[in-house]
Design a protein. Structure first.
Lengths: 492, 65, 230
């Protein structure tokens, strides 16, 4: 044992945090490119005809979704876990060599996998299942990485000083367990190379499920992978970062208990809402629809708890751009958890399904709730990781407003686009013939696609400002430990 | 009794049970200020607020091993 | 009541997993008791069609095109009869998609031809003015992976009993046999024979030459796949 006082060890957090920013820029850049491709198809060949195969919308689309969900978000979640986990369990990773090694192996394997995934998706190696596009060798790799994280959680909990697990820890544990279960069942597949005695591509596999069953498992996964990567760990983050940054205790610890168990029970049922009017049994569709509406309760339970935490302290929202990110994030969470159930009502879904409204819904959640919360978490952690004040408060405020404008442009244009398209598809003239050919419903969307692309570009610009701000923070004015108690120190 | 009939009875029983359990739980949380260890529930919020490694844990893990 | 769980991480984890697994058990497991049963007239994919399906997947066509016709008049008017569960019995993975940036393709074989697809894949906007679909010119030069398609056929026949080389009842009361090669060489030869029929209706001289020389460009495979979607 060394004789200097025990401190939390943030070396793993730092790695994940930097990689998260890098992956965020990558994923958002690809997203912006896709948005411009839909508005102006010429952008598909922006690197010339020769490379068109790799710059084309359909190859880049899985890259965008995966880089954001499993890159940017997951890396940030892990950065926050290796930070929050130590703090609320009151134990330092430095106390266990094994945990330090586990953490570092976890990061470097993930780092390596990220590059293999980028290459494989660009090459078109995909199973086509949304958010689960990876072929079996990568599925195995992901399982290993996931289990390493699980061992890290279990290890840290085993040596904790605080007996009771804080709210955030519940959500991290739920994330770990649920994604493990979903990943395993959705990726049950048979490698054809081995099954056929060595014919064809070695990495190719065929799903264990066929047709409707495959769809059922895929959307049970698809819906809940979104839930347990884009919702529960983000709730874990806000339950720690908002009280800590504002210095306010959670409005109601009891309410958080209720919302947690409510969310756990209800969420997994709702996957059926992706399959309304499809060939899955009616009762599964009805369950999906009903449980989606019930889901409003636990979701709003958490969101209201967050907003009420600021009770009597609303001047902080005006004063601190960091708090602004979290409060607007919670508001967007309420908004998209209301919008989702509305879209899951069968008669609304008849119009909304297959349209851009769904894309809009995903992005209110991803840009408004997840993106903002991750940005806030990183802003809160950075001064503590580098023992320096945040480089610029005004830059942070500017970023906030630019990104907010970007989100508003994004979801308003996608609402209009989605409903326009849904209504035009179903319109009949007075003789009972279809009123519009399909292409009419595409060309009409051009202005909305353009507005969306502008919105996305603004969000990306804001994110680059964020990356710059964090980069400059590493060389900003050093601060004392005592300044880090609650509100993060910020330079002009 | 057919499978469908069994399913429907099972559904009703599950529905009633879960509703009762949920409301009982809400009521339990509402009336109970403290948990069985004598900690006020709301004290647990301090796990996030007082989280320096030198701060005293809200409920210390008994030192065995 | 529940605060005990927060102090006992193992019990906590067990309760969480039971709570979240519950929905899956009730909603999904019952369906696996019943194998997917094909409707009359649904046939498994030929080697070339399956290779085409792989091209479709490789290029994420499913990111913009659905293969699911919902039971609404507007959809049946536009795309044909609404989808039946059994029609997907041989689809591994399913390709329903979640977004219709372009139209549904569930029954595209009923109303589009080889010729139409060839022109459309080369330059979509020349066939459908205003189209925002990108061109897929590399499909005319990349070679389709027949071996992997054959490996998949062998796998699904072995593991899931997909009826290759067996009579399959058709709607008109007749039967049809979808053949699968007994080895890779035979599978390649069969795929090439099928590719030649497609290439006859194509105009691109490079593609015709390639097929004449025993090669199968991706475009031929994907057209075979799309022509087979009824």
């Amino acid at each position: 044992m060394e004789d200097r006082p025990l401190e939390y060890d943030y070396s793993v957090t730092r790695l994940f945090l930097i990689f998260a920013i890098f992956l965020g820029i990558t994923g958002m850049l690809v997203g912006v490119l896709l948005a411009w491709q839909m508005a102006y198809p010429g952008v598909n060949t922006f690197l010339g005809e020769g490379l068109a195969e790799y710059t084309n919308f359909s190859r880049l689309r899985p890259l965008h979704t995966n880089a954001i969900i499993y890159g940017f978000v997951l890396s940030s979640v892990w950065a926050s876990w290796y930070y929050v986990g130590q703090r609320v369990l009151k134990v330092s990773m430095a106390e266990s060599k094994t945990l330090m090694i586990l953490g570092k192996v976890h990061f470097w394997l993930y780092f390596g996998a990220a590059f293999v995934i980028v290459v494989s998706l660009l090459a078109g190696v995909t199973t086509s299942k949304e958010y689960s596009e990876f072929e079996w060798p990568l599925d195995l790799g992901i399982t290993v990485i996931w289990l390493l994280w699980g061992c890290g959680i279990a290890g840290l909990i085993a040596i904790r000083r605080e007996k009771t697990l804080y709210i955030s820890i519940w959500y991290y544990i739920a994330t770990f367990l649920a994604v493990a279960m979903l990943h395993l069942f959705n990726n049950l597949e048979i490698p054809t190379y081995f099954a056929s005695g060595g014919v064809g591509a070695w990495y190719h596999s065929v799903s264990m499920y066929a047709g409707t069953n495959d769809a059922l498992v895929q959307w049970w996964f698809g819906h809940n992978a979104v839930a347990f990567v884009l919702t529960t760990p983000i709730i874990a983050m806000i339950y720690y970062f908002l009280p800590k940054e504002s210095g306010q205790a959670i409005y109601s610890y009891k309410l958080s208990l209720l919302s947690f168990w409510g969310l756990m029970f209800v969420y997994l049922w709702a996957g059926g809402h992706h399959l309304l009017y499809s060939t899955v049994p009616d009762w599964v569709q009805t369950m999906g629809s009903v449980f989606s509406v019930i889901l409003i309760l636990p979701s709003w339970g958490s969101a209201i708890n967050m907003l009420l935490t600021m009770k009597g302290e609303w001047q902080q929202v005006a004063a601190s751009p960091l708090i602004k990110f979290m409060i607007l994030g919670s508001t967007f969470y309420m908004f998209s958890t209301l919008e989702g159930p509305i879209q899951a009502i069968k008669s609304v879904n008849a119009i909304a399904h297959f349209t851009d409204w769904i894309v809009g819904h995903v992005h209110d959640g991803a840009l408004g709730w997840v993106g903002f919360m991750v940005i806030a978490a990183i802003y809160h952690m950075a001064p503590r990781l580098f023992k320096r004040e945040i480089y610029s408060k005004s830059l942070m405020a500017t970023q906030f407003w630019i990104q907010t404008l970007g989100i508003v442009l994004y979801f308003t244009s996608m609402w209009i686009a989605g409903i326009t398209q849904g209504m035009m598809w179903r319109a009949h003239d007075q003789f009972g013939n279809l009123a519009y050919s399909f292409i009419d419903t595409v060309t009409v969307l051009h202005p909305y696609y353009t507005i969306r692309a502008v919105g996305g570009t603004l969000y990306l610009i804001g994110f680059i400002m964020f990356a710059y701000n964090i980069y400059k923070t590493t060389t900003a004015r050093p601060v004392e430990e005592s300044e880090l108690q609650n509100a993060s120190p910020m330079g002009a | 009794m057919s499978i469908a009939e069994l399913q429907s009875y099972g559904y009703i029983v599950a529905l009633v049970f879960l509703s009762v359990a949920l409301y009982a739980y809400i009521y339990h949380l509402y009336v109970q200020r403290k948990d069985s260890d004598g900690h006020d529930y709301e004290d647990y919020s301090n796990m996030a607020l007082k989280d320096d490694i030198t701060d005293t844990p809200v409920s210390e893990k008994s030192k065995k091993k | 009541m529940f605060h005990w769980l927060e102090k006992n991480p193992f019990a906590f984890a067990v309760v969480v997993i039971v709570t979240i697994a519950f929905a899956g058990l009730v909603e999904i497991v019952p369906h696996f008791a019943q194998q997917a049963r094909p409707v009359i007239g649904t046939t498994p994919y030929t080697t070339l069609e399956l290779a085409g399906r792989h091209v479709y997947i490789k290029n994420s066509c499913n990111a913009c095109h659905s293969q699911l016709i919902r039971p609404f008049k507007s959809e049946t008017d536009r795309y044909g009869h609404y989808s039946l569960s059994g029609e997907y019995a041989y689809d591994r993975p399913f390709l329903w998609g979640s977004k219709r940036t372009g139209p549904d393709l569930m029954r595209v074989g009923n109303y589009r031809t080889t010729d139409w697809h060839e022109n459309h894949m080369k330059d979509p906007a020349s066939v459908v003015p205003g189209s925002i679909m990108p061109a897929y010119t590399w499909m005319f030069t990349n070679e389709a992976d027949i071996d992997t398609a054959y490996a998949e056929q062998v796998t699904v026949a072995d593991f899931f009993g997909v009826p290759y080389n067996e009579p399959i009842p058709m709607k008109d009361g007749s039967t049809k046999i979808i053949k699968m090669g007994s080895d890779v060489a035979e599978a390649r030869a069969m795929a090439l024979a099928e590719a030649k029929l497609i290439a006859q209706d194509m105009k691109d001289q490079d593609v015709k030459d390639a097929v004449a020389n025993g090669k199968i460009p991706e475009i031929v495979a994907i057209i075979a796949y799309m022509n087979g979607l009824h």
